[in-house]
Ligand binder design. Structure first.
Ligand code: SF4
Ligand code: MG
Length: 328
């Protein structure tokens, strides 16, 4: 659009040392158009908070968000309105995000109208075609309860596309759907990423699905990002002991995870974010913890091929300060 010089980098989040609740601490990440970045972690790791900060549902207390390199000022002005339109959030539960008393037509035309587009039947049908609900006329006058979970999530995605977004923030978009249809929805998102050149942040507790679906994977523990790199490397050769634990406790890496219960990973619970452990936050659960891990926070050490890990096991490697996420 006119307001933003669109570079390859479309969203940066920098949030340092929130003093009130340490839901997210010193998190920086970069998303890139045409690329899926997975943010993986247990429930309570702060990953949904990152999505809410990025979508401006929660205010940033420190740090900044940039779109295409331009800082976004919260709450006012053209740049904020443009940001809110271009960065769309997809929720876990499509039933909750659609209004039960309104039809698909209503949801889609309302989205088109809000975003200053022609709210016609033809435009609404085009949105349905984009999410492969075919033929579109068969879905237009249905109510949410007349659709399957997968169809509802597709309608929620279609509604988000009504804004012509550059960025989709998808918070556990398939974890409430039947296992049999998860792949279809992820494949749709991947297809949209390619065709519409979207930047997608895929938030999940399921590292197996990140390997399948995401280009880049970031692993979050207790409000901090502890490992990152391309998805293949991070899932095949996890460097951080926490990532290793996540992968070891994923029941079957070739299948999309089944139960919500898998959010609970073995060997202890994630720590409270109100008073997280000092040093490396993973040290109480880490099988490889050393003395210094209790007191000294590890920086991010650079491994090979763009992989990095915030762990003292790699202290012989150079420290990196590059913003984690999709490579520029
Ligand atoms: Fe384990 Fe220490 Fe590495 Fe933390 S820094 S993951 S405690 S070895
Ligand atoms: Mg969550």
């Amino acid at each position: 659009t006119k307001h933003f010089p669109v570079r390859r980098t479309v969203g940066d989040l920098v949030s340092r040392r929130r003093r009130t609740v340490h839901a997210v601490d010193d998190v920086s990440l970069r998303l890139r158009r045409g690329s899926v970045t997975a943010l993986v972690g247990e429930s309570g790791s702060g990953k949904s908070t990152v999505a809410r900060l990025l979508s401006q549902l929660y205010p940033l207390t420190e740090g900044e968000i940039r779109l295409g390199g331009t800082p976004v000022k919260a709450g006012r002005g053209r740049s904020f309105r443009a940001y809110v339109k271009q960065v769309q959030l997809i929720f876990q539960d499509p039933f909750a995000s659609l209004n039960p008393v309104h039809t698909v037509r209503y949801h889609l035309t309302r989205s088109l109208k809000i975003h200053g587009k022609q709210a016609t039947e033809a435009e609404a049908c085009e949105l349905l075609e984009r999410v492969q609900l075919l033929p579109p006329l068969q879905y237009l006058d249905k109510f949410p309860h007349e659709l399957s979970g997968g169809q509802r999530q597709r309608v929620a995605i279609a509604r988000a596309l009504g804004a012509d977004p550059k960025v989709l923030l998808a918070d556990e978009p398939v974890s409430m759907l039947d296992v049999s249809i998860r792949l279809g929805v992820l494949n749709l998102l991947r297809d949209l990423k390619e065709r519409l050149h979207l930047a997608i942040l895929y938030i999940t507790h399921d590292i197996a699905s990140a390997r399948y679906f995401a280009d880049t994977t970031l692993v979050m523990y207790a409000g901090r990002i502890v490992e990152g790199g391309d998805s293949e490397t991070v899932t095949q050769q996890p460097a951080h002991p926490y990532t290793q634990l996540l992968i070891a406790s994923a029941p079957d890496p070739d299948r999309l995870a089944d139960e919500e219960a898998q959010e609970e990973t073995g060997s202890g619970e994630p720590p409270s974010l109100i008073s997280p452990p000092g040093g490396c936050r993973f040290h109480p659960r880490c099988p490889k913890a050393m003395e210094r891990c209790r007191t000294e926070l590890p920086p991010r050490f650079e491994l090979d091929d763009g992989q990095w890990a915030a762990c003292w096991l790699y202290e012989d490697r150079p420290v990196t300060t590059a913003v984690p996420g999709a490579p520029v």
